[in-house]
Ligand binder design. Structure first.
Ligand code: MN
Length: 321
């Protein structure tokens, strides 16, 4: 285990500056050894791949940018808890992605997330395009059986193909439900809008008992009611939380592959992530589709992605006795 803060601690300081030292998530200790996950609560895993996008590429730079945007730990002012004090969090590094070989890349993501899951540790995966949710959830379903899914996104990602391609960032949810890794009755989508998919996909969703809250539902019901109904629908049992940053309005998070105007505010999204993590039995989280404009803490989309992880960790910490 490597502690990036070690040299600063030797000076009697509690933190290192954000811009210095080994780049790990929130300056957390770094390891690639599954044997060192004993007693760890949460492991951050990077999945820097964007070979399967249908539009703008660049999410391969997401994990580094989110790590760079992540500030040192501290107490959450509203929740009055420091998730990094309450939870043992490590950075487990990146899965060994192979450029232009999405099949091997997915196998490596599933293997790396699987190591975390086998150690009884909750994985938080930083994408990468949304296709990574398939290996992420497969690794979890291998241990838990079919899981519930809360999916914040502009798009349903339930196509059986996109441009005739079956493994794409537009198809992971179709494949996960089809293959029995996600229970349709415990699957809730939040924030849908725009011009895709069509009636074929939507009627397939209805057949599988999938619940959809469109962006107009978020507007009309309010985020509190939408979260309340989501918690009710998903119920008890293992749940995966997947957040595509394009659920946010592009004015908030312009750095993403398929932006769609008319989206959520970060105020609503961040609260929802914390509340869902506090109330549901989360077994894993991913944040995807971040295309940073620059690898540094000034990138607004990477910054909001970091805070999505923070809020989820805060909720998980609040759930622990
Ligand atoms: Mn998506």
């Amino acid at each position: 285990m490597i502690d990036p803060l070690e040299r600063w601690r030797e000076l009697g300081l509690p933190d290192k500056p954000d811009y210095a030292g080994l780049l790990t998530y929130a300056g957390m200790p770094y390891t690639q050894q599954a044997g060192e996950l004993d007693g760890v609560d949460v492991a951050i895993v990077g999945a820097p791949t964007d070979d399967l996008v249908s539009d703008r590429p660049g999410t391969r730079f997401g994990p580094r940018a989110i790590r760079a945007a992540s500030c040192p730990p501290g107490p959450h002012l509203e929740a009055r808890i420091d998730a990094f004090e309450k939870l043992s969090v490590v950075d487990f590094g990146d899965a060994a992605v192979v450029p232009a070989d999405p099949q091997r890349t997915h196998a490596e993501i599933e293997r790396t997330v699987g190591e975390v899951v086998a150690a009884g540790v909750l994985p938080v995966i930083l994408g990468g395009d949304h296709s990574i949710t398939e290996p992420n959830v497969r690794a979890l379903a291998a241990r838990h059986g079919a899981v519930g899914l809360v999916h914040l996104d502009t798009h349903t990602d339930t196509g059986s193909e996109v441009f005739g391609v079956e493994v794409s960032h537009g198809t992971p949810m179709y494949r996960l439900v089809r293959d029995g890794h996600v229970a349709g009755s415990r699957y809730v989508q939040i924030g849908l809008r725009g011009y895709w998919p069509g009636e074929t996909e939507l009627s397939w969703q209805r057949e599988h008992g999938i619940t959809s809250f469109f962006m107009h539902d978020v507007r009309d019901l309010g985020i509190r009611e939408v979260v309340e109904r989501t918690v009710e629908r998903v119920g008890a049992g293992p749940v995966f939380l997947t957040v595509d940053v394009d659920v946010l309005d592009p004015s908030v998070a312009p750095g993403t592959g398929t932006p769609e105007p008319g989206g959520m505010t970060s105020v609503d999204l961040l609260w929802a992530c914390r509340e869902l993590a506090r109330r549901l039995d989360l077994v894993g989280v991913d944040v995807v589709e971040v295309i940073p404009t620059a690898v540094g803490s000034a990138d607004v989309t990477a910054l909001v992605a970091d805070r999505i992880v923070r809020e989820a960790l805060t909720g998980i910490a609040l759930r622990r006795p």
